[in-house]
Design a protein around this ligand. Structure first.
Ligand SMILES: Cc1ncc(COP(=O)(O)O)c(C=O)c1O
Length: 365
């Protein structure tokens, strides 16, 4: 959709990335790290100063102690962490439960390792997980459950009752969790982010994935990290060592300094909530039906009452004719289930959002 948007000159609210720059201070700190000579290989697990900052942040926010030496690894973005986790734990015929619509990199990595994707489809408007159905999917081959909260593409979040149900279901099972928490700070209306790190019995079997690209409006930097208890991280690093070896040094030093100011991440909920509210107010003037957005930087809309076109065709038409690009949600389902829902990214400047909303208001179906 980004390629089409560029080709036809549409406003690109499809892919999840900001159209404003990251902090000049962060750029300065990375520059300084380069000038200070941090231009050679970083240690395999990452620069210690950064791992220490992550340990501090995680303990302060979620109460979990991660040893920077053995339980934190810096990765080349969330995607690499996810691939590494899956290739670390999945062997042929192992089953992995995922919830669809799902971020696009989970299923291909599982299949590449010979694993079997067991997907549970969630439906709009609330995309609630039916834990009784999850329980039915579990058997002796179930190796991993992949969670993602705040969620891409639906903008839903896990609640405490989900955590309770999950805990009860996997209590005496040998099942691991991959918790994709790249939007951990993009959560609104005072809601709590239920990180796996908050719950000792879940934390002990979880790989948690985070992304500085999402955190610091710098998706092009492709840098993130993975948290896991030592025995799991030990296995993770066996793959990481030969897949990536180490992640670029200067950015790690720069980010380690930048993270010392907690405001850099604590201010994110209000920063993005303001954008969400602004975009929703604009969209409410269109004919679309707005779905809730509790977290992430996505806003979905339903359009089935306006046309019965399938969501891919409609998204293409909206890009070409209205000049606004979005993502049809069916692409996030293995079976391409079409609920006539489109996803927009609101991590954009106010002018961009204004322009997009005006075009959508003017668009004649
Ligand atoms: C849910 C989710 N997980 C992981 C990623 C990947 O993060 P990164 O860009 O750090 O690889 C994304 C990026 O869009 C995402 O939406």
């Amino acid at each position: 959709m980004s390629a089409l948007a560029a080709e036809v000159g549409a406003i690109n609210l499809s892919q999840g990335f900001p159209d404003y720059d990251c902090s000049p201070e962060l750029i300065e700190l990375v520059n300084k790290a380069m000038k200070d000579g941090h231009n050679q290989y970083a240690p395999m697990a990452g620069v210690m100063a950064l791992r220490e900052q992550i340990a501090y942040k995680t303990e302060k926010l979620y109460g979990a102690k991660y040893d920077p030496d053995t339980e934190i690894t810096i990765t080349a973005g969330g995607t690499q962490a996810i691939f590494t986790i899956i290739s670390t734990v999945i062997h042929p015929n192992d089953e992995v439960i995922i919830f669809e619509p799902a971020f696009d990199c989970y299923a291909p990595a599982i299949k590449l390792m010979g694993g079997v994707v067991k997907s549970l489809e969630l439906d709009p408007p609330d995309y609630r997980i039916d834990w009784a159905m999850v329980k039915k999917l579990i058997n002796s081959r179930t190796k991993l459950i992949i969670l993602n909260s705040p969620h891409n593409p639906t903008a839903t979040i896990l609640h405490k009752k989900d955590i309770d149900e999950l805990s009860a279901i996997i209590k005496n099972q040998d099942i691991l969790i991959l918790s994709d928490e790249v939007y951990e700070h993009l959560i609104y209306d005072g809601e709590t982010h239920h990180s796996m790190a908050r719950y000792p019995e879940l934390q002990q079997r979880s790989f948690i994935v985070a992304s500085f690209g999402k955190l610091f409006h710098a998706t092009g930097w492709k840098i993130g990290y993975c948290l896991a208890p030592a025995h799991l991280m030990h296995e993770f690093r066996k793959v990481h060592q030969f897949l990536v070896f180490s992640v670029n040094s200067a950015m790690q030093y720069g980010i380690a300094e930048y993270l010392k100011n907690e405001d850099t991440y604590l201010s994110l909920p209000s920063f993005f909530q303001q954008k969400r509210d602004y975009f929703r107010a604009g969209l409410s003037q269109t004919k679309f039906e707005l779905l809730p957005s509790y977290g992430s930087y996505f806003q979905s809309v339903k359009y089935g009452h306006l046309t019965d076109e399938d969501d891919t065709d409609f998204a293409l038409r909206l890009t070409r004719e209205a000049g606004v690009a979005c993502i049809p949600t069916s692409v996030f389902y293995t079976r391409e289930t079409d609920h006539h829902v489109l996803r927009f990214c609101f991590a954009k400047r106010q002018e961009t959002l204004d322009d997009a909303v005006n075009r959508l208001i003017e668009f004649k179906l």
